[in-house]
Design a protein around this ligand. Structure first.
Ligand code: HEC
Length: 174
């Protein structure tokens, strides 16, 4: 799959012989089909814990600070981008038993779109260094997570593993 995508991409960029060679290699790949995003080989639950919760916590952790430092604004930007991108992942679904069923619902899609829009608002607030707008978007994010959880999140996580926070905070050396 990876080799095939690489071939197709290179084919688009290159001209003449190189292009057609890569295209030919691509055509002989094991799973024919249009080029597109890779599948998501993890569960939505795993995405929630590793990709959604961490940046959301980052934003909630600073939203009511009196004044943000340059470092905090930079981290908020990183969090905003992760929220924006993870919204796409949770709209796709992964390998969880119910993922496919969940993502096919209109309200599910609407909530994922709302997560992404809110992430964009957070990013805009960060760019403008506007703490009020940042806090308003952060509060709205809580409501979106909550709305979807109220309808779709089972009482116990579907892999049966209950602990919170799910991952320890990372301390980087530099
Ligand atoms: C479109 C629906 C939807 C949205 C939006 C959503 N979630 Fe989830 N979330 C779920 C579902 C469904 C589960 C349960 C998955 C399972 O158990 O298989 C879940 C599970 C989780 C878990 C796992 C909890 C545990 O028990 O380990 C965390 C953490 C989480 N979500 C955080 C968030 C945060 C933070 C947001 C908002 C930024 C959010 N979610 C937005 C649907 C959503």
């Amino acid at each position: 799959m990876q080799a095939r995508n690489f071939g197709l991409m290179t084919g688009l960029l290159a001209v003449g012989f190189a292009g057609s060679l890569f295209a030919a290699v691509g055509a002989s790949g094991p799973s024919p089909g249009a080029p597109g995003p890779l599948p998501l080989p993890v569960t939505l639950l795993e995405i929630m814990r590793a990709n959604v919760e961490i940046p959301a916590d980052g934003i909630w952790g600073i939203e009511s600070a009196a004044k943000l430092s340059d470092r905090e604004w930079l981290l908020a930007e990183e969090d905003a981008i992760n929220i924006i991108a993870s919204a796409t992942l949770i709209s796709m679904g992964g390998t969880g038993k119910k993922d496919r069923e969940w993502v096919s619902n209109a309200d599910w899609r609407a909530w994922t779109r709302d997560v992404q829009q809110t992430g964009l608002q957070i990013r805009a607030a960060v760019k403008a260094k506007d703490q009020k707008k940042l806090a308003a978007a952060a509060d709205h994010l809580v409501d979106v997570c909550q709305s979807c959880h109220d309808k779709y999140r089972p009482e116990n996580p579907s892999d049966g593993i209950a602990r919170f926070p799910f991952y320890p905070a990372r301390v980087m050396k530099k």
